[in-house]
Design a protein around this ligand. Structure first.
Ligand code: NAP
Length: 477
């Protein structure tokens, strides 16, 4: 790969198993020709490394994570370039994702020393009752392509902080950033076998993960990705009753009431909808605007969207890069064609940008969207903002909640009573009130309904990797 990095050795293609970088390459400790062999070897290594890692004082685990955090930030430019090149997000967003990923590592370094247990007042004399929080064991982490650094960091960091060891599989489209992060983790002192990564082509993904699903030594799966794959993992891990954290697809509503600050609402939508070219799980997918401000909102929005600069991720002024692959652009085009066929109006965009390359799609605003359109039912995962018109609060709440998904929701209003009412009524794990940028390491990120369960970040994020052991000590009287 021709890429201008200060550390070329961060461009890695092999698996990381038991501290060795190995593929079919000569000199590797394991000659891994079949990724399923790699995935079994990774569990063997993680299981071997578990007793020593979990026994390490939390403060020492935290120090390793703090060194990893510093190393990630020290290599922010190289890692940002790597992300931008392999995933297609503009360089500024690539750098931003590295800082975001690093923030989770720092947060969980700080949380490692706070996995406190409880002493429970005993109901009878001569006893002491303890509730201890212990690491769940070997954890398998499976991540998508849209945030190759952040998704893996916010799983690996709490797992290591809790005293778990990890086997992981990054997405086919974006393994390089994850492997570079793993190299830095090694340099920061993560011991051999504590963090293992197996890469695989899309065709081999199931074979790699099936090994982990069947292996009783893997006690937990932490997955971010699509809802169908999440459901498959839940079914397939039933036989060994693994713990699961599932961060799945969304279909976020974005509500603009008549009493909203329209400029703030447009700004919030631009930030949340067009980040990473619209390829985020918390992207607004359905934009509901009340009658009284509908036309003014659409005008303001279309002006901002038409001005977005589309171009290669490497160009300094690009705000929207290429979509991840041909399948993604085909889905976006299908959604827009279906909407137009059902009466939606293209206000701006609405076409592929073939002159730039095969994977570019113009930032788009559609007016006249309706609930029967495909883009209302499925994530578009692209730079398309469909606007629906609504009359009143009850109607829009019914529309917003009429989806099996429940990850993020946003709304804009200046009425304080409405703000409380609507925040309570929305069926989603995350709600932005007069705010479009909601992600942070210090807050609990996760969904309800078919968007999954488990929380990443915040004080709750560590709990996903801990289990409670009740110890009843008798004969003390
Ligand atoms: P995906 O197809 O479900 O892939 C996610 C991961 O699962 C990839 O590593 C993929 O490998 C792997 N995988 C695919 N099929 C598998 C199988 N049968 N068994 C085991 N693993 C399998 O999702 P995606 O299309 O890459 O990502 C987009 C989705 O992720 C969207 O729905 C988005 O909303 C969701 N997402 C959710 C969050 C959240 O926090 N809730 C965050 C980001 C994204 P390959 O890459 O090799 O196929």
């Amino acid at each position: 790969m021709s890429l201008d990095l200060t550390r070329r050795d961060l461009i890695l293609a092999d698996h990381l198993i038991d501290g060795r970088w190995c593929g079919a390459a000569a000199g590797a400790r394991f000659a891994v020709t079949d990724p399923a062999d790699g995935s079994l070897a990774a569990v063997d290594a993680a299981q071997r490394a578990l007793p020593a890692w979990r026994a390490k004082p939390a403060r020492e685990r935290a120090q390793v994570l703090k060194r990893w955090h510093a190393a990630i930030l020290a290599h922010q430019e190289d890692l940002g370039r790597l992300i931008s090149r392999e995933q297609g997000k503009p360089l500024a967003e690539g750098r931003g994702e590295i800082a975001y990923a690093a923030s989770y590592v720092e947060w969980f370094a700080e949380q490692a020393v706070r996995a406190n247990g409880e002493v429970i007042p005993a109901p009878v004399g001569g006893r002491r009752l303890l509730a201890l929080r212990e690491p769940v064991g070997v954890v398998a982490v499976i991540t998508p392509w849209n945030f190759p650094a952040a998704m893996i960091a916010r799983k690996i960091a709490p797992a290591l902080a809790a005293g778990c060891t990890v086997v992981g599989k990054p997405a086919e489209d974006t393994p390089l950033t994850s492997l570079a992060l793993a190299r830095l983790a090694q340099e920061a002192g993560v011991p051999d076998g504590v963090l293992n990564l197996v890469t695989a082509s899309r065709a081999q993904a199931a074979a790699v993960v099936d090994v982990w699903l069947a292996d009783a030594r893997v006690r937990k799966i932490s997955f971010t990705g699509s809802t169908p794959v999440g459901k498959h993992l839940a079914r397939a891990s039933a036989d060994t009753l693994k713990r699961l954290s599932l961060e799945l697809g969304g279909n976020a509503p974005f509500l603009v009431f008549d009493d909203a600050d329209l400029d703030a609402a447009v700004q919030g939508l631009m930030a949340s909808k067009f980040r990473n070219g619209g390829q985020t799980c918390v992207c607004p997918n359905r934009i509901y605007v009340q009658d009284g401000v509908h036309d003014a909102f659409v005008d303001k929005l279309a002006g901002r969207v038409a001005a977005l600069k589309v171009g290669p991720a490497s160009a300094a002024d690009s705000q929207i890069g290429p979509m991840i692959n041909a399948r993604a652009v085909d889905k976006i085009a299908r959604h827009v064609e279906d909407a137009v066929a059902q009466g939606a109006r293209v206000v701006t965009g609405g076409r592929r940008l073939e002159a730039l390359g095969p994977n570019y799609y113009a930032p788009t605003v559609l007016a006249g969207a309706t609930p029967r359109m495909q883009l209302s039912c499925e994530e578009t995962f692209g730079p398309v903002a469909p606007v629906f018109r609504f009359r009143d609060e009850a109607e829009v709440l019914a529309l917003a909640n009429d989806t099996p998904f429940g990850l993020a929701a946003y709304f804009y209003t200046r009425d304080i009573a409405r703000a409380h009412r609507v925040a309570s009524a929305l069926e989603s794990g995350i709600v932005g009130v007069n705010e479009g940028a909601i992600s942070t390491d210090v807050a609990p990120f996760g969904g309800v309904k078919e968007s999954g369960y488990g929380r990443e970040g915040s004080v709750h994020g560590l709990d996903d990797y801990l289990q409670i052991k009740y110890v009843c000590e008798g004969g003390l009287g």
